[in-house]
Design a protein around this ligand. Structure first.
Ligand code: URP
Ligand code: ZN
Ligand code: ZN
Length: 486
């Protein structure tokens, strides 16, 4: 069974040109003029781009005494409705601390539910012999990235020596560490200080997580990665202090990647000062939204290349769950959504305003992510042989974002009222149409697949070769030049 996407303009991370795309089964067979297939999808007036990849989601994640309400079924359908064809979810060890069991649990929760493809990052939430051993099991299962929380003291947070040990293990395994960069000790102190001062509402969340705590942790993680000889990916970069650390590291030749979120690019700290408690609490996430200067810095980083990808950190709790923190902001479950709106909000605020070119848009929403996470060119590419994960993007279509019409099952949307221009006309996942605008598309649970991402020893090997060449060495001296010690 073949399909042809006809009459569109292909936009990839490096070029834009007019051509048809012929799909055979799950993969792209040919790109060219006047192609024919068993079925035709009209792309007149539209862009044909690699489907979005969201490298940071938390579907059904147990966290802060509850479980994120967005399910694998609703989350992956919402992704498809927004033009995203793959997401990378964070797999968290349970009470037993076992990585192996966590993977089995994530497989169990996701496999019969997902409409589009997924992959996992594995969280390292402590350190011992069995974690050391089981990291190899994860890599053999196609999980090549390990996440470390430098915040959430008393829960997920790891210490510097644990991170160093885990980063060294990543280096051996050809894997890459990820960090949530915030100084968890200082956050915990500041939380207590603001509570004691009588600041109990959601604004206390923002006050207790200033940009400096993020910048300090980003610098520390970069130093630890350098000492361990491994590349580093910093998730949800929200401020200039962290961005600056990444920029400086990259200037020094380090392979450090930075991931801003669509929320931090478009929403600011004033959200926490809203008089409506629910409104402000729904926007509580870590790190918190920042001011316009930080936002501008993130946009500049995307166009200049010091930041490489845009994610959502989709970790969506209902209003009822957010209310666990009434009277104490430290108990508001941390997380916001965005999986459905990432592409349209980024197109509207990025491409429509001239901050990003369409090619840069493809790079930061798909191709760079596929390359950094080692799944390119299977994903993130419009090339013969690649998976037919494609979004036919109508740059003229408009929508007012509203919880009332979204596919996500959450009862609100942090982008409520945003007018967006640019929406998917069709979303294809491995050749299947999983979203067609105006055609009453439904979730297709169970059709999505887990996509293994093999180890990528090349950057680690390059780094260790360079480290070995430039390592401090003992100076060989003629014994005659060494005092006898008398
Ligand atoms: N970001 C957030 O507030 N919640 C999700 C967990 C995390 O990534 O820190
Ligand atoms: Zn985080
Ligand atoms: Zn996260």
């Amino acid at each position: 069974m073949t399909k042809v996407i006809k009459g569109g303009t292909i936009v990839t991370a490096d070029r834009t040109y007019e051509a048809d795309v012929l799909i055979d089964g799950e993969t792209i067979l040919e790109i060219g003029e006047n192609l024919k297939g068993d079925e035709t999808l009209d792309a007149e007036g539209a862009y044909v781009m690699p489907g979005g990849i969201d490298p940071h989601t938390h579907l059904e994640m147990p966290f802060m005494g509850t479980t994120a309400a967005e399910t694998f079924e609703s989350g992956t359908f919402a992704a498809a409705a927004g033009g995203t064809t793959m997401l990378v979810d964070f797999c968290l060890p349970g009470e037993d601390g076992s990585i192996r069991n966590a993977i089995l649990e994530w497989d169990r929760k996701s496999k019969d539910q997902i409409s589009v493809d997924i992959s996992y990052h594995m969280a390292i939430t402590g350190w011992n012999e069995s974690i050391f051993e089981e990291m190899k099991f994860a890599v053999d299962r196609g999980i090549n990235t390990f996440k470390h929380f430098m915040a959430y003291k008393g829960a997920l947070m790891v210490q510097d020596d644990e991170m160093f040990a885990s980063f060294k293990r990543c280096a051996e395994l050809g894997a890459m560490p990820l960090v949530h960069a915030e100084n968890g000790d200082i956050v915990a102190e500041l939380q207590q200080k603001y509570l004691a001062d009588g600041v109990t509402g959601p604004e206390g969340h923002a006050y207790s997580r200033p940009p400096e705590v993020e910048g300090e942790a980003a610098n520390r993680a970069i130093m630890i990665a350098d000492a361990a000889g491994v590349p580093l990916y910093i998730v949800h970069v929200s401020c200039e202090q962290a961005h600056e650390a990444i920029r400086r590291a990259r200037q020094k030749g380090m392979r450090v990647y930075g991931e801003p979120l669509i929320q931090h690019l478009t929403l600011d700290e004033s959200e926490y000062f809203d008089k409506d408690w629910d409104y402000a609490a729904r926007r509580v996430m870590s790190p918190p939204f920042r001011n316009k200067e930080h936002q501008n810095g993130l946009w500049n980083g995307l166009s200049a290349g010091s930041l490489q990808v845009v994610a959502t950190d989709h970790c969506a709790f209902s209003t009822e769950q957010k209310r666990f923190g009434l009277g104490d902001f430290t108990k508001i479950p941390n997380g916001t959504g965005g999986i459905e709106d990432r592409l349209s909000v980024l197109w509207t605020h990025g491409v429509e305003t001239g901050r990003l070119t369409p090619e840069e848009f493809v790079a930061v929403t798909s191709t760079n992510i596929a390359k950094i996470l080692n799944v390119y060119p299977r994903k993130g590419a419009i090339l013969p042989g690649a998976d037919a994960d494609i979004v036919v993007w109508d740059p003229k279509a408009t929508r007012t974002i509203s919880a009332a019409t979204q596919k996500s099952i959450i009862d609100y949307n942090v982008f409520e009222g945003f007018e967006v221009t640019g929406l998917p006309r069709y979303t294809l996942s491995r050749g299947d149409v999983v979203w067609a605008a105006g055609q009453n598309s439904q979730p297709q649970p169970g059709r999505g697949k887990f996509i293994p991402r093999p180890a990528f020893p090349a950057p680690n090997k390059a780094l260790s070769t360079w480290k070995a060449l430039t390592a401090p060495r003992a100076i060989q001296r003629d014994p005659l030049n060494i005092p006898s010690g008398l």
